[in-house]
Design a protein around this ligand. Sequence first.
Ligand SMILES: N[C@@H]1[C@@H](O)[C@H](O)[C@@H](COP(=O)(O)O)O[C@@H]1O
Length: 251
Amino acid sequence: MKVVAVRDYQEMSDLAAKYIIQQVKKKPSSVLGLATGSTPKGTYQKLIEDAEKNGTSYAQVRTINLDEYVGLGQDHPQSYRYFMKANLFNHIDILKKNTYVPNGKAFNLDEECQCYEQLVRSIGVDLQLLGIGVNGHIGFNEPGTPFHSSTHIVKLADSTRKANSRFFETVEEVPKSAITMGIDSILQSKEIVLLASGSKKADALQKLVSGKTEDKFPASALKLHPNVTLIADYEALAKVPQVVGSIVEGK
Ligand SMILES: N[C@@H]1[C@@H](O)[C@H](O)[C@@H](COP(=O)(O)O)O[C@@H]1O
């Protein structure tokens, strides 16, 4: 795993956007794997600014998102489909029909998982953007999820519901389950860019860099992939001294 240390959230967002823009310029019909949460918001903002300023086009791009809450439809402000529309899709020239997010309101959730997995495998993600949960989850793959997992329904950990309750009125409103691409689904991507910012991610990055590769810590599966770049700021890397010592500056 290549580690790129940057000063702060802004630099992380700038650099992640550069990776994506470069990918789209190199291959206009790229398939981008996208994530939600606070971490990639700044990256999406940079993509919007770049599209406005430099005319980068997403007309041929397809996107596939990692996950969605079970029970939240696309008009629910906390659904991930809504998030993607509000933070990216509505502001660039991507065609809505080329954007995929699991349907959290599917009548048959098992069928939805199977179809989504088929989509992931047939579409072939070129570049996957990822965030990391405080407990090391990627997508919504909670600790204990097998590395060979494909798209599935997951019961959310209490810590995840608590962490995500900042977006809801109360923790009770946070859905109890979600559909997520599995760890193996994520590892199918040709390239992965993992983002982390802020001191609350410091323990997770310490475990990622220095800990074992085991399903107790889902993000450790990324060490099995040949092309992963971690872009993290100093606060997030505070407990990874050996990496901070060999910093590759983002700018
Ligand atoms: N399902 C998402 C993850 O994809 C995300 O990486 C994580 C971290 O969120 P944040 O970026 O807000 O810290 O939270 C959620 O649970």
